[in-house]
Design a protein around this ligand. Structure first.
Ligand SMILES: CC(C)(COP(=O)(O)OP(=O)(O)OC[C@H]1O[C@@H](n2cnc3c(N)ncnc32)[C@H](O)[C@@H]1OP(=O)(O)O)[C@@H](O)C(=O)NCCC(=O)NCCS
Length: 203
């Protein structure tokens, strides 16, 4: 556990929180970028119950003020077609509007990867411009993508090319991945194959 200081007290940042703990907590009402807070709360409890997942939370007292989810890629995405186990996805990362800029998001990612459970895995992060919170931040789409790329690169992610139309056709979107230091070559080759599913990967 890490503690991030704030004018409201210490914010505890926990890796892979127990679903029962998440259920006992309440959601900060400003955690509404992806879904209404109550629905996102239920979604976090559900994700934390699955195998192969991890929900990191930032809590201030009994309130969740930030979270980051790690899970297998969604069935509708090409990344779920991996024939080699070990390809996972960093899903949503969100922090309360009251606590942004305190390095909460970075700490959530650091505690998640600090568990060591992703050192032999490849974790992808798909950055989609339609999820950007431009209204609250006042940033341009380009600046927001750069912010996220910097945030994710702080824990070892790099930008990768892909022919996935959802990413390749939108300049605001981007694919990032963190190749664990012990990820096997077969997994890396499979990741390369999936990146260029349409055009074919050639070395
Ligand atoms: C993106 C988001 C998670 C960042 O959360 P945060 O707790 O404010 O992030 P951090 O404080 O850890 O900051 C990470 C970096 O982004 C920078 N940053 C954060 N907000 C910024 C802003 N409004 N303008 C410029 N830079 C900003 C920080 O300075 C920091 O960079 P540094 O390490 O070089 O100092 C938060 O804004 C959010 O919840 N947005 C809505 C959901 C979203 O877009 N999620 C990401 C895609 S799933």
């Amino acid at each position: 556990m890490r503690v991030v200081s704030s004018p409201y007290g210490g914010i505890e940042v926990l890796a892979c929180a127990d679903p029962a703990l998440i259920a006992r907590l309440e959601m900060d009402t400003s955690l509404d970028v992806f879904r209404q807070p109550a629905l996102q709360h239920q979604a976090l409890i559900g994700i934390a119950q699955d195998s192969d997942t991890c929900v990191c939370i930032a809590k201030l007292g009994h309130r969740i003020v930030g979270y980051a989810t790690f899970h297998p890629p969604d069935d509708i995405e090409r990344w779920s077609d991996s024939k080699v186990p070990g390809l996972l996805e960093l899903g949503a990362v969100e922090t309360s509007k009251t606590h942004r800029g305190r390095h909460l998001a970075r700490t959530l990612l650091e505690v998640g990867f600090g568990t060591g459970r992703y050192n032999d895995k490849i974790v992808i992060a798909t950055i989609y411009q339609w999820h950007f919170d431009l209204d609250s931040t006042g940033l341009t789409s380009h600046a927001y993508r750069k912010l996220l790329e910097r945030l994710y690169s702080s824990v070892g992610f790099a930008v990768y090319k892909t022919d996935d139309p959802e990413i390749a056709y939108y300049p605001g979107n981007s694919l990032m991945a963190r190749v664990g230091e012990r990820a096997l070559p077969d997994l890396q080759k499979e990741f390369d194959r999936l990146r260029f599913l349409e055009s074919g990967w050639r070395l």
